[in-house]
Design a binder for this molecule. Sequence first.
Ligand code: AMP
Length: 190
Amino acid sequence: MTKRVCVYCSSSNILEDKYIEAARVFAEAASLLGYCIVCGGSSMGLMGVIIDTMLKNKARVEGAIPEFMGDMEIQHPEIKNLTIVDTMSKRKDFLRENTDAVIAFPGGLGTLEELLETYTLKRLGKYDGAVIIFNQDGYYNKLLELLEHFVEKRFLKPNYRESLIVVNSVEELMNTIKISGREILRPEHY
Ligand code: AMP
């Protein structure tokens, strides 16, 4: 069955080339494997790179953009499967729905918020896909340190920390998506 993979990533257009290149290589591999990529649907930043690459390869890509963002985030002009929603919450629900995995590429506040929402839903048994961080060149090391601190202080159970998959290269990312299955975590508390 076709893998459906949601990507959270930066909307910045002034990134170092290495981030753009990794997003492009990922999208090339995803389109070769016949994956459907779901993302924010804008032409900005890494989102734009991924959509451009998927469309160039005639691969399936879907997006969702809130109506009010019309002027802020230019929607990709060529994406056919773009759903217009009315709130950010609905956008996040749409992006996550029925996906086998969500991946956080390097990003800013929006990416972090999207990642943490899905990670929290995973922890509550409400998302069954894999939650993956692409820690390119250690970009997310500080977030990972914070999570370790939560575990150390017993604010986060070790098994919930372990449910967050960290990969360091596009190759590792593709291998992880290939083998990851859907799993519901049972919510438990300290
Ligand atoms: P950023 O990582 O800040 O470049 O944002 C990446 C994506 O997250 C973009 O598509 C933003 O529209 C989206 N985003 C920005 N702010 C939020 C928010 N408060 N909640 C959810 N998504 C957001």
